[in-house]
Design a protein around this ligand. Structure first.
Ligand SMILES: O[C@H]1[C@H](O)[C@@H](O)[C@H](O)[C@@H](O)[C@H]1O
Length: 599
């Protein structure tokens, strides 16, 4: 308490208050948004320690792909165990995000963040000390439980402590920490991949450091004043609000929160919260918007790009394992850098335009990826060499690399001279390790010897640069908008009584679709081919675009207590005018909304 309290006091004494340059455009014009609003540094301290939860979310989901390479070798993991170690975390996150809603309302945001960082630390210790795969699985499920709680609590906490004019930016910083965590994880993976033994212990265990840091930080940080007020702890709420707003007058903000809690008691009291949300029109519509945004975020294919970037790049012609790890690091660096653009833009252009622009770019770059895969498929090298197949496998029947590569039991074995591919065959993969063929010349060759190459899950192609360009464009479009905005918008659109449950449901939707998309990607690719899969994602992005265009209101600059009104029909002329001026294309202007409003 003393350490952070005195830190914030010292910062204030040394630097005075931090002033925004100019007023935020549009939105509520109450005093809360007046020009020259000053922001005490303490809010940054709060945002930083909270967003460590986002960092851990990103680190623990990102680190596993690189850790899997040494783990596979040292623990002799078959495909099922690899799959289990990757998806158990995401599955556990879905479950704990759901239960996190109840914990959030009952114990408060602060205690939930403390619980999450404690769980992260325990998970990190278990993983770094694991002696067998079952313990590894326990560790992965443990960190998943932490991720789920953190993913739904942190944005809510940041939104509730932030002043309205910079709430979007501060919540988006949490998403920046997610992609930052993924980037750091990929660099750590790259660095420790050179160790001949136990590299994975460092990769998986290093998350203990931010987890412990967050835990001790939150021992000293305050609870959300909105949650305190809801629990009737008014004095404490008043004290915390004035502490986090520095020397500003908080009376208006405090009274508004209090009044809205009183008002909410009518709709928000009694019975199971999710049923009350569903029965009450405005919260039901907010929940639909929140869950669909999270669903569409995952259906845009971000995690196929993140998890399979190495494979996608291999398809684009990159063959070396280490090179693939570092290129995957470059992918997550791109995701991180472009999330920064989102942090910068969110309070300038608002959430709605950012999401629409992002979806447009994402759709175009997915089309580019699909077309480059289509071109690679059409120019796929034919099979020219047919060795005797002792297993009489299905691989014999394929006439081109494309068809051979799409069968998970087969791989493409060939010689290369410069850009010329020759003596090509399609042979069964070694079931114990996909790095080799089951028999024949590609079964024991070291990579590249005799110009002999074993391509599993990809084909040699001369369209690598188009694939690479598609990938970079995809991330540059996705990362500023569709990456962070679903988290940001969800932290804002529910009234206090529905906030924990609303965020729990939408975060769970995110995790469930995350598992679904990443587990099905290879099967979808097998069924529809790679270009088919990317055309399918393009179609889903078009649906997302229509949905967002019709249903997502602009929340920029409004106080949390005012946002529920965006989902009711009760919106007086003045606010309507302000909204349509500040956010042309606001959903009230569209006829399609009348359908949505009757939902
Ligand atoms: O917002 C995040 C971010 O975009 C990550 O890169 C992605 O892996 C997550 O699934 C998503 O929720």
């Amino acid at each position: 308490m003393f350490a952070l309290g005195s830190l914030s006091r010292r910062l204030k004494a040394e630097h005075g208050e931090w002033s925004l340059i100019g007023p935020p455009s549009g939105g509520d014009t109450s005093n809360l948004l007046d020009q020259n609003i000053s922001t005490p540094y303490f809010i940054y301290v709060l945002a930083f320690f909270s967003a460590l939860g986002g960092f851990l979310f990103g680190y623990d989901t990102g680190v596993v792909s690189g850790a899997m390479l040494p783990l596979k070798r040292e623990m002799n993991l078959n495909a099922l165990w690899q799959e289990l170690l990757v998806s158990s975390t995401v599955g556990a996150a879905a479950l704990s995000a759901l239960s996190g809603g109840y914990l959030n309302g009952w114990l408060g945001r602060r205690i939930c963040i403390l619980v999450a960082s404690f769980i992260f630390s325990v998970g990190g210790i278990v993983l770094s000390l694991a002696q067998d795969k079952v313990v590894l699985l326990v560790g992965r499920v443990t960190v998943g439980l932490g991720i789920g709680i953190a993913s739904m609590t942190v944005p809510v906490y940041i939104a509730e402590v932030s002043p309205p004019h910079m709430r979007g930016q501060l919540v988006t910083i949490n998403s920046l920490f997610i992609t930052g965590g993924q980037f750091v994880a990929s660099v750590v993976d790259g660095a420790f991949s050179y160790l001949s033994r136990d590299g994975w212990r460092y990769m998986l265990g290093l998350s203990i450091i931010p987890a412990v840091l967050q835990f001790f930080g939150f021992v000293f940080l305050p609870e959300s004043p909105r949650w305190l007020l809801q629990k009737g702890r008014s004095d404490e709420a008043h004290r915390v609000l004035s502490q986090i707003r520095g020397n500003q007058n908080i009376d208006e903000e405090y009274d508004k929160i209090k009044a809205s809690i009183e008002e909410e008691k009518e709709v928000g009291a009694g019975g199971v919260v999710i049923l009350r949300i569903l029965r009450h029109g405005p919260t039901r519509r907010a929940l639909i918007v929140g869950c669909c945004l999270q669903m569409f975020q995952q259906l845009s294919g971000i995690n196929t790009v993140m998890y399979y970037s190495a494979t996608i790049l291999q398809m684009g012609g990159v063959q070396d394992d280490k090179q693939a790890i570092w290129l995957a690091a470059a992918t997550s660096a791109t995701n991180f850098v472009f999330t920064l653009v989102g942090v910068w833009l969110v309070e300038k252009v608002g959430r709605r335009k950012l999401v629409l622009g992002s979806l447009l770019g994402t759709g175009l770059s997915l089309t580019l990826l699909a077309v480059s895969f289509l071109l690679s498929a059409q120019n796929s090298p034919p099979v020219t060499f047919h060795p005797y197949d002792p297993q009489n496998s299905t691989c014999r029947q394929y006439g081109s690399c494309e068809l051979c590569m799409l069968d998970p039991n087969c791989g493409f074995c060939y010689r290369e001279n410069g850009t010329v591919v020759f003596e090509t065959s399609c042979v069964p993969v070694n079931l114990a390790s996909t790095d080799h063929a089951a028999w024949g010349r590609c079964s024991n060759s070291t990579e590249g010897s005799d110009n002999l190459i074993w391509a599993y899950n990809y084909c040699p192609t001369s369209y690598s640069w188009v694939v690479l360009m598609g990938l970079v464009l995809y991330l540059a479009s996705f990362a500023p908008g569709m990456g962070p905005m679903p988290w940001t918008v969800n932290s804002e659109i529910y009234p206090l009584w529905a906030r924990s449950t609303g965020n729990a449901c939408s975060a769970a939707a995110n995790w469930i679709f995350n598992v679904l998309v990443s587990l099905t990607f290879l099967h979808v690719a097998q069924f529809l081919t790679y270009y088919g899969a990317f055309f399918m994602y393009t179609g889903l992005v078009v649906l997302a675009l229509l949905f967002v265009f019709a249903c997502l209101p602009e929340t920029k600059g409004l106080q949390l207590e005012d946002i529920e009104n965006l989902f009711t029909g009760r919106w007086d002329q003045k606010h309507r005018l302000q909204q349509s001026l500040s956010a042309p294309g606001h959903y009230f202007s569209f006829p399609i909304l009348s359908i949505f409003q009757s939902l």
